[in-house]
Design a binder for this molecule. Structure first.
Ligand SMILES: Cc1cc2nc3c(=O)[nH]c(=O)nc-3n(C[C@H](O)[C@H](O)[C@H](O)COP(=O)(O)OP(=O)(O)OC[C@H]3O[C@@H](n4cnc5c(N)ncnc54)[C@H](O)[C@@H]3O)c2cc1C
Length: 259
């Protein structure tokens, strides 16, 4: 049998088109494929929720690949380890209460489990805005990262969703856009950005801050602490995983109650 370039091209175009067009209306659209976004997507997809991730970079995993200062090992506490175990990532106890895992194994396994759970992942796509109707976020405004990087004058496209999750890490891109154009549901309208390092307080705060900050928009991971100005926690990744699972639980409650 001959291998024809035309058929290869058609296979890519048609299968990608099917994947994208089936995601034009989704229940949850996650912006950012770092540890918190991937974990939220995994727990939602596992429960049969229709979920898509839009990631601006070529590779998924966000800041997890680099461990701490490019030493590619990650540290988690007991509760975080439970989530790594759910994914099937090997951990080793370093000292009582602290476990280490290989960052490459963690990212690649979490990615694989998330896709196999049914989440649709679109890399190289950037969320640049949201659609808001009658005081609720109803969709994402998307463009190719390459268009953004080249500064091309090209209009974006849109998808519809019941919930958006801002899992964009430190910049909290979705929350930034809403804060700039409207107002977030947080007590004080402070500039977005997390506070100084305090591992214990940061890990605790990231769970409390995983919440709906505008109707239809949840924040998770570092974005949650950035929005509320909570401490950064340094290279301990349990909070990112736990925050992703918490976002999935809260959204599931919303979907179940028909909101
Ligand atoms: C300056 C700096 C400080 C750090 N400090 C800490 C710290 O204090 N504590 C800590 O635990 N870790 C820290 N890290 C490491 C790391 O960022 C986080 O631990 C962890 O990876 C955050 O997980 P996350 O899921 O919240 O977001 P990230 O891992 O940052 O993932 C966010 C993802 O969103 C994507 N994204 C961003 N904007 C868009 C968009 N508009 N559309 C689509 N995709 C988008 C990004 O490409 C990225 O892949 C730091 C990293 C940096 C660069």
């Amino acid at each position: 049998m001959q291998i024809e370039e035309r058929v290869i091209t058609k296979a890519i175009l048609q299968s990608y088109y099917r994947k994208l067009s089936s995601s034009l209306e989704t229940q949850v659209a996650i912006v950012g494929g770092g540890p918190s976004g991937l974990t939220a997507a995994y727990f939602l997809a596992k429960e049969g929720v229709k979920v898509s991730i839009f990631e601006r970079k070529l590779s998924l995993g966000g800041g997890m690949w680099g461990g701490g200062m490019m030493f590619n090992q990650i540290v988690v506490q007991r509760a975080g380890r439970e989530i790594l175990e759910e994914f099937g990532v090997c951990t080793e106890e370093f000292s009582p209460g602290y476990w280490v895992a290989d960052a490459v194994e963690a990212v690649s396994t979490i990615c694989s489990k998330t896709v196999k759970a049914g989440a649709k992942i679109f890399n190289l796509i950037c969320a640049e805005d949201v659609t808001i109707k009658e005081g609720k976020a109803t969709g994402l405004v998307l463009n190719w990262t390459a268009v953004e990087a080249a500064g091309l004058h090209v209009d974006p496209l849109c998808i519809e969703t019941n919930y958006i999750v801002d899992a964009t890490g430190h910049p909290a891109r979705v929350a930034q856009v809403i804060q700039r154009k409207l107002a977030l549901k947080i007590p004080s309208q402070r500039p977005i950005g997390e506070g100084p390092m305090w591992a214990e307080a940061g890990e605790k705060a990231v769970l409390e801050n995983t919440q709906e900050v505008y109707p239809g928009v949840f924040v998770t991971g570092m974005a949650a602490n950035a929005v509320f100005g909570a401490p950064r926690m340094g290279p301990i990744f349990g909070g990112m995983l736990l925050s992703g699972r918490r976002a999935a639980e809260l959204i599931q409650e919303g979907l179940n109650s028909g909101l």
